[in-house]
Design a binder for this molecule. Structure first.
Ligand code: BTN
Length: 242
């Protein structure tokens, strides 16, 4: 039988991802934890995620599945697609996905995803903690974030309903994250994925070079082409753009 989401909403918490991680063994597949505010919201690469009270959606979903590295990589892309599609449906706004899973509106970051995972000792099952933060309502960001970050409301005249958006996101997760890795789903992801058209400096391990990004390959990696024509694939973990 198809399992539904189990839901918990709290006022303030350190981080919904951290909390789920601590309670991993006692929680079921598709457990959802949402908070009005986070005091230690976390982003990728050890960054923090500003989570102002009642101004956004700060939420984590626990997803347990048989372990398959390819499927996990794909999951990280599909979760961004699910957010993008839910946002489009509820607000009419078409976001850009910045590979692998940051969401932008006209150059401003409006949402991010942090996926953490734990494998069972037999390495047969993986628990994915899929945390997403969306800046929904207008708010002030401090320092360097001011120019980089935006909210859905900045770009939308409708009155936005966070609950409706969250429900739609969960529905999309359910659909999208179950989609097997196919060329069709890759194409759908690519439609939202806006690649910078300029040459980028890329650092892969200890090696720095310049290249253009080409798109997602069959394994879910980003491909780039170097000046000498060589094509290389990049993983999220080992590269960063400089
Ligand atoms: C990023 O932009 O680097 C990812 C941001 C992810 C933020 C969300 S908010 C809910 C969940 N709990 C956290 O501590 N982080 C994620």
């Amino acid at each position: 039988k198809e399992q539904g989401f189990e839901f918990e909403i709290v006022n303030e918490i350190d981080s919904t991802n951290s909390r789920i991680k601590k309670r991993l063994n006692s929680l079921n597949h598709k457990f959802v934890l949402a908070a009005e505010a986070q005091t230690k919201g976390r982003g990728r690469q050890n960054r923090s995620f500003v989570s102002h009270e009642s101004k956004g959606i700060y939420c984590s979903v626990l997803w347990k599945m048989p372990f398959d590295a390819q499927q996990v990589r794909w999951f990280s892309l599909m979760s961004a697609l699910a957010l993008a599609q839910a946002i489009l449906k509820v607000t009419g706004l078409r976001v850009d996905i910045k590979w692998p899973n940051d969401l932008y509106l006209r150059g401003k970051k409006i949402a991010g995803i942090l996926i953490e995972s734990e494998l069972n000792p037999e390495q047969t099952e993986i628990a994915l903690i899929l945390g997403f933060g969306i800046n929904v309502y207008k708010q002030d960001f401090e320092g360097e974030l001011k120019d980089k970050v935006g909210t859905l409301e900045d770009f939308c005249d409708l009155s936005l309903d966070r609950n409706k958006l969250l429900i739609e996101i969960l529905k999309e997760f359910d659909k999208t994250c179950k989609v097997p890795y196919t060329s069709e789903s890759r194409l759908t992801y690519s439609r939202f994925n806006r690649l910078p058209q300029k040459k980028l400096r890329i650092q892969k391990n200890d090696y720095t070079f310049e290249a253009y990004l080409l798109g997602i390959n069959e394994e879910g990696y980003m491909e780039c082409i170097k000046e000498n024509g060589e094509i290389m694939s990049l993983t999220v973990e080992e590269i960063h753009f400089v």
